[in-house]
Design a protein around this ligand. Structure first.
Ligand code: HAM
Length: 434
């Protein structure tokens, strides 16, 4: 009996079933390339941190009382007795890495991005996985509100480059710690008389993390929250003006947004601006990306006082949105040429020709199955090959090859020596050798 895949995770494969097209590695490569291209254009460098960290890193940053840390982390003791967690998100590891590298100062400015898997033990459902992948960006060292606008614009540029539309941007400000604790006191006072009517989950949050009650998915909770105090009324003068400048900058950059005073996000490290982007194409789990400012976090982790802001977007949700919109750029990359040696005798000759064409950036498959010619050609057609060359004794003797274009049936005879140049022209392939 084969071993089943664990719950909540998935394989990315070249040709998944039609109704699971989002698992196609071709689409993932396309989306990851778009992320890298956007990161390059916004002057961000890549960082890669380990998939597991000391568990303490996440309790000290994401926060002990958050669902992510208290319910969803994969935490285990290694054989040396250390308590480790699979990373549930990317920000904490990036900051830990900057502190480990030891060259972060209060005046450092860094722009970093990452792409990789994150792990959360969540109840599996559409759009919610136990291993998901994020494209994330962390901009370290700039406190200006215009930076908040730029990073929101960057996230939207990523979606735009992919052709994703039907998106809404929500923003809010959580102020500083003082504003937050005053707001939490007011919220608790407001909810105290309604406590018994709140959902069970919100009653637990009332004790542990009252801010998250604002996020409740229960319609009854949302009704009870209708006249709740707004965190925006508790902001300091400085934070209020920061938030106004963020809004002004977004307007000037042409980024449409809505202010959502109940947007609190599920991680404790945020201060001031927070934001989320939702997609009209997704169901209940419709948040495609989100982020915010975490100005005090680096210091809290033992580093200098650096203002910082970041975002992460879930690639599964990005890709599922793309698929729903049926973007045309999702086709598998073409296979340029298939070489078919007629028998074992011609195989090395074919493999040597393949070496030469591959060096010029051409994709080449050598069919070493020595099947009937008809079968081999229909297999090449099934692989979406553009050209096919059959190699037998005659081709070796004359050093001339008949190149067949599969889409038209057109044939052209070229010498072995000029095959690469012929293909480069025909396919318009640049020499990619390095
Ligand atoms: P987050 O909102 O927890 O933020 O996650 C970012 C995105 O990851 C979500 O908007 C969603 O698209 C995706 N995501 C999260 N959990 C799952 C899941 N279980 N299955 C599928 N997709 C999921 C963060 O992680 C912050 N570190 C973002 C950030 C960076 N803030 C500042 N810098």
């Amino acid at each position: 009996m084969s071993v089943p895949i664990p719950t909540g995770v998935f394989d990315l494969v070249p040709t998944p079933s039609v109704d699971e097209a989002w698992r196609s590695t071709h689409i993932w490569q396309f989306v990851e390339a778009a992320a890298r291209s956007i990161a390059f254009r916004y002057a961000c460098d890549e960082i890669r941190t380990p998939i597991f960290e000391r568990a303490e890193l996440f309790s000290r940053s994401v926060g002990d009382v958050t669902d992510i840390v208290s319910k969803e982390m994969y935490t285990f003791h290694d054989r040396g007795g250390r308590l480790l967690s699979l990373r549930p998100e990317g920000t904490a590891g990036v900051l830990r890495s900057l502190l480990t590298e030891g060259n972060l100062t209060a005046s450092s400015i860094m722009r970093l991005f990452y792409i990789g898997p994150m792990f959360r033990y969540e109840r599996p459902q559409a759009g919610r996985f136990r291993q998901h992948h994020q494209f994330g960006v962390e901009l370290i060292g700039v406190a200006a509100p215009e930076q908040d606008a730029e990073i929101i614009d960057m996230l939207l540029s990523f979606y735009k480059q992919l052709g994703i539309n039907d998106l809404s941007v929500c923003i809010n400000s959580l102020g500083d710690l003082d504003a937050r604790s005053k707001f939490v006191a007011a919220l608790k006072e407001f909810l105290q008389p309604k406590l018994i009517e709140l959902s069970e989950e919100s009653r637990v949050r009332f004790q542990k993390n009252p801010l998250r009650i604002l996020d409740s998915k229960s319609p009854e909770d949302q009704r009870l929250l209708e006249n709740a105090p707004s965190i925006l009324d508790f902001l300091s003068e400085t934070d209020r003006s920061h938030f106004e400048r963020v809004q002004m900058s977004l307007k000037m950059l042409g980024v449409p947004y809505q202010i959502h005073p109940k947007l609190v996000r599920g991680l404790d490290y945020y201060q001031k601006t927070v934001f989320e982007v939702t997609s009209g194409q997704l169901g209940a789990q419709n948040t495609i990306g989100g982020g915010g400012r975490y100005d005090g976090l680096i210091q809290q982790l033992g580093g200098p006082d650096c203002a910082s802001i970041g975002f992460a977007t879930g690639l599964e949700r990005v890709i599922q949105t793309l698929i729903k919109q049926k973007n045309e750029a999702l086709a598998a990359p073409p296979l340029h040429i298939v070489l078919i040696p007629m028998s074992q005798q011609e195989s090395i000759y074919a493999l040597r020709i393949a070496q030469a064409v591959r060096e010029s950036g051409i994709s080449c498959y050598v069919d070493l199955s020595y099947k009937k010619l008809k079968n081999a050609i229909s297999k090449a057609a099934g692989m979406n090959a553009q050209f096919v060359v059959v190699i037998g004794e005659h081709e070796i003797a004359t050093e001339r090859l008949e190149v067949k274009k599969l889409s038209t049936g057109e044939k052209r005879t070229v010498s072995v020596e000029t095959l690469t140049i012929f293909l480069q022209h025909a396919l318009n392939v640049q020499n990619e050798s390095i």
